[in-house]
Each structure stands twice: as C-alpha cells, then as structure tokens.
Design a protein around this ligand. Structure first.
Ligand SMILES: [Zn+2]
Ligand SMILES: [Zn+2]
Length: 300
C-alpha cells in the first residue's frame, strides 16, 4: 500500500476499473456516495427481508433463523427505513461532502492486482474491526455515551437486517467516516476502497440478519475467526459482551467474548427438525407471525 497504487502483476481487475472510470462524471457527483451507501444497504438487506416475509412458508431457510418464533411487525420495518433515510439525508450526505472536500481525488489509470486488492481489503477490515471494538466498548462503559448515542441501536434486542443501520446519526457518521478514512489514509486503490465498503456493508447486515445460514461468512471462514449473527445477536441481548463487529479475537483477548449458547443452537436445531417434520403445508397452515418485534430498550 502506498500513494502510487502499485500496479499489479495480473490484469484481471483492469476491465472493471476501466468500466468504472468510464462513469467518472457519475462517480464524481456529490450525491453518488450517499446514494451508493443507501442502495448497497438495501440490496444487502433485501434477501433477509424476503426470508422474514416468507417466514415458515420457506422452512429450508426458516430453520436457520436464530429465533424462529420471533414475531415481526410492519411498524418496525417502517421505523427502521425512516431512520435509515433520515441518517443518510441529514448525516451521511453532509459528512461525505465534507470528506470529499478534504481528500484529493485519485487519478490512477491502472487497476490493482487481485492479490493486492485482497490483502489491502483484509488489512482495512482488521483495522476497522480494531478501532470499532474500542469505540463500541467505550460507548458501553460511559453511561452518557450509551444513553444518548448508542442506545438507539440496542432498541432491537433481536436484530433483523435493517437493524444494521438503525442507529443514531452520530453512530452512523462515526462508523461511515472510519470506514472511508482507513483505506484513504492507507493510500489504497479506489477499487479497493469500494470493495472494502461493500464488504463492510455486507458483513454488517449479516451480523444483524438474525439467520445462521451455512453460507454466511462466519460459517465459511474457519476456526471461529468471524463471529457473525449468533455472536452479534448475543451482544444485542446482553450488551456487555462481543463488542467487535466482525472478528472474535479481540473479545477473546479482553475477556468480553461470550460464545452463543449451546441452548440457543439446540433450539435452532430442534426447530429445524420440527420444521422438516411438519413440512410446507403445515408451515403455511400455522402462519407463525414473521415480523421481528421491536423490543424494549436493552438495559445496561
Ligand atoms: Zn448491532
Ligand atoms: Zn452495543
């Protein structure tokens, strides 16, 4: 990583970078970052919202829900979407304008190599995880920070996909600026910045999706390196554990790690078994409510 964006040995990413550069005017628009952020979030949330809507009518997916019997209300979705629009309009848009004002626009013609992009994205992800761990821990340790800045995010003690962005404007701006600053300060290639941003959005939605699907990142990456939804769900339930957004090593190191309980896992496996036994028709007949209820505010 350096200011000159090392040109890669392989040229696999060059066509993608050339295509993006052909839309330079669109990318330079002051509205692009906020629209990109909003769209990326909704696209990442869409599959999980569909699963929540279908509920037990799709037993193959429903059996992976962390709390299969949890109800889901339309008010929660409307309130979450309103908050996401509010945050993007009043906080993210001005913050990205400010950020663009202070940074110099890259003019590189060459794409990074695939290996360089992957390496840089992993470094950005590790740094982001480290900084957010301490930021998050502090917001749970200082009552005023928790009450006025972080508690809104904890209103969803059983999070669903939209909960990833259901937070105070301050929290959203801090996390977005951090995510934007890290690759910039490390002089990463703009394509790396974009990849890191999208991966960050995806992992954040996975953390809150409420499903422990076999193809989720934490189930693909071995040795429990990533926590995923079961790990972060526990943070929303108990507050004072599992502070890191993605990796588990920091919580293990600082003694704040709580493994998702065996009982929780057994409940899910039992529900999976029951769902298979009942079959589709029975699932439709039962019509279990499938909207996540907005829970009362988590007590510290
Ligand atoms: Zn959360
Ligand atoms: Zn928290």
């Amino acid at each position: 990583m350096n200011g000159s964006y090392q040109c890669g040995e392989d040229r696999h990413l060059q066509p993608i970078w050339d295509k993006l550069r052909s839309h330079r005017d669109l990318l330079a628009s002051p509205f692009f970052p906020v629209v990109f952020s909003f769209t990326a979030n909704l696209v990442a949330c869409a599959p999980y919202l569909l699963l929540d809507t279908m509920g037990p009518r799709w037993p193959f997916f429903h059996c992976y829900k962390l709390k299969p019997s949890h109800s889901f209300e339309r008010d929660t979705v409307v309130r979450s979407l309103s908050r996401i629009c509010y945050n993007h309009g009043l906080f993210i848009f001005p913050a990205t304008l400010l950020f663009r004002g202070v940074r110099s626009e890259p003019g590189t013609l060459e794409a990074p190599s695939t290996s360089q992009l992957l390496r840089d994205v992993i470094v950005c992800l590790l740094l982001f995880d480290l900084l957010v761990f301490f930021w998050h821990w502090l917001h749970h340790r200082v009552p005023l920070l928790y009450r006025y800045l972080h508690s809104l995010h904890h209103q969803h003690s059983s999070p669903f996909a939209l909960s990833a962005q259901y937070a105070s404007g301050w929290e959203i701006v801090c996390l977005q600026l951090l995510a934007a600053s890290i690759p910039y300060l490390l002089s990463c290639h703009p394509l790396t910045e974009m990849t890191f941003f999208l991966l960050n959005v995806w992992l954040s939605v996975e953390d809150h999706c409420g499903y422990d699907l076999p193809w989720c990142a934490h189930n693909i990456v071995p040795f429990g390196i990533l926590g995923g939804a079961p790990f972060h769900d526990l943070h929303h339930q108990r507050s004072r554990c599992n502070y890191a957004p993605y990796f588990t090593y920091l919580d293990k190191l600082f003694g704040t790690y709580k493994k998702p309980s065996r009982g929780q896992s057994n409940d899910r496996q039992a529900e999976e078994q029951r769902a298979r036994e009942r079959g589709n028709d029975e699932q439709v007949r039962l019509r279990v409510p499938h909207m996540v209820k907005l829970d009362t505010m988590e007590q510290q």
